[in-house]
Design a protein around this ligand. Structure first.
Ligand SMILES: [Zn+2]
Ligand SMILES: [Zn+2]
Length: 381
């Protein structure tokens, strides 16, 4: 492959050969194939057409999300493809589905590293990288019902369509050790409830909406809530699912999580699959299971909405019905009323806890400001 050359004439020229994009092929995969067709190393090919002195773009995995319209227009002239066709290969084509607007700088919680299905790559005449596989919810191949992979199984190097092993092997070979990635062991998925809920998750993204009880909800609004619940699970260990601590979630190593970093990226594809399956199940008989999750994990209204930039109406209403939003500082009930409420719960054989008292008295027993939490603790000692 031609590498590291400069030729100002090429900047103004069209591509000599332009491969047709495959179905759902991602931009970077297609661009790498354009470079191969010109016997040129992908990064060199990019800089020949987009010299650094004019374009600040570098060829990194972020380009699938961050490429701007002006670069697409130049590419459109070079390839004779309409801009729309080129844009359709990029992540912003998921605007309004995955997020209201995809964050262009690449630091996007739902975008993930390149993934591939070893079976697809074995079957395809020309293996290519798929656009949907850069979305964190795609943990498995729908066609072959096996997990996707994002690294070389021999040396753990991530997939990278812009590098080439020995300057000759294409992206379907590991860029560090040259392993042919379609020979990766295939791990098939058991057909169970988790598989069903993960399949459902992909359908929500494809349709762009979900029906929950009386609400019809945009998929991106639902995914924001899914991300928040993931955070409650991964970061705050709120892992009581159906009355007991979930064994899978308990085994996740969450010590390495930090609030600022993307939590999804820190767990494996298999763990993501478990996590999403479990969360989708919480919305199965809406809002019953979500209510149980909140009560069992002692989650207040505040816990459920904290850090969400714009709390959607459907979610706000549901959460407020389960654990009402209450003025934090005010304590509007007497000690006697609390004691009475506790004996009321005991008589009805209901658990005396923060959640049930909050529901019964409409005062927030989770808040530290009104001292109800401490008062209850003292009573129970
Ligand atoms: Zn496949
Ligand atoms: Zn390798």
């Amino acid at each position: 492959m031609i590498r590291g050359i400069k030729n100002p004439l090429i900047e103004k020229s069209k591509f000599l050969i332009t491969p047709e994009p495959f179905e759902n092929e991602i931009f970077s995969s297609w661009f790498a194939r354009c470079a191969y067709a010109h016997h040129t190393y992908p990064k060199t090919f990019w800089h020949l057409h987009f010299p650094l002195k004019k374009f600040t773009y570098n060829l990194t995995p972020n380009i699938d999300a961050s490429i701007l319209e002006d670069v697409l227009e130049v590419l459109s002239e070079k390839t004779s493809f309409p801009v729309k066709k080129l844009k359709n290969m990029t992540m912003p084509s998921y605007d309004g589905y995955l997020q209201e607007e995809i964050i262009r700088n690449g630091s996007n919680k739902f975008l993930t590293q390149y993934r591939f299905c070893p079976k697809c790559w074995e079957e395809e005449k020309i293996p290519y990288l798929k656009k949907e596989h850069r979305i964190v919810f795609y943990t498995f191949c729908k066609k072959h019902k096996c997990y996707l992979h994002d690294k070389c199984p021999k040396c753990n190097t991530p997939i990278n369509p812009y590098k080439m092993y020995n300057n000759e092997l294409k992206y379907n070979f590991c860029t560090k050790c040259g392993f042919e990635l379609c020979k990766t062991d295939v791990q098939y998925i058991e057909k169970n409830i988790l598989f069903e809920s993960n399949t459902q998750l992909l359908e929500i993204l494809e349709k762009g909406y979900i029906n929950l009880g009386k609400f019809i909800i945009y998929s991106f609004s639902f995914f924001d809530i899914l991300a928040h619940i993931s955070k409650l699970i991964l970061l705050h260990k709120k892992i009581i699912i159906k009355n007991s601590e979930n064994i899978f979630l308990k085994n996740f190593n969450s010590n390495t999580f930090s609030k600022t970093n993307n939590s999804f990226a820190r767990i494996s594809i298999y763990e993501q699959y478990l996590l999403f399956g479990i969360i989708i199940n919480l919305f199965e008989s809406f809002p019953k299971d979500l209510k149980k999750y909140m009560l069992h994990n002692k989650l207040s209204y505040f816990d459920m909405v904290q850090d969400i930039k714009e709390v959607p109406y459907w979610y706000e209403t549901t959460i407020n019905d389960i654990s009402p939003k209450i003025i934090y500082c005010a304590r509007m009930i007497t000690d006697k009323e609390i004691v009475n409420a506790i004996s009321y719960l005991e008589k009805r054989k209901l658990i005396v806890n923060q959640a049930n008292l909050t529901n019964l008295l409409n005062c927030n027993f989770f808040s530290s400001y009104n001292h109800l939490k401490h008062f209850l603790k003292k009573l129970q000692q």
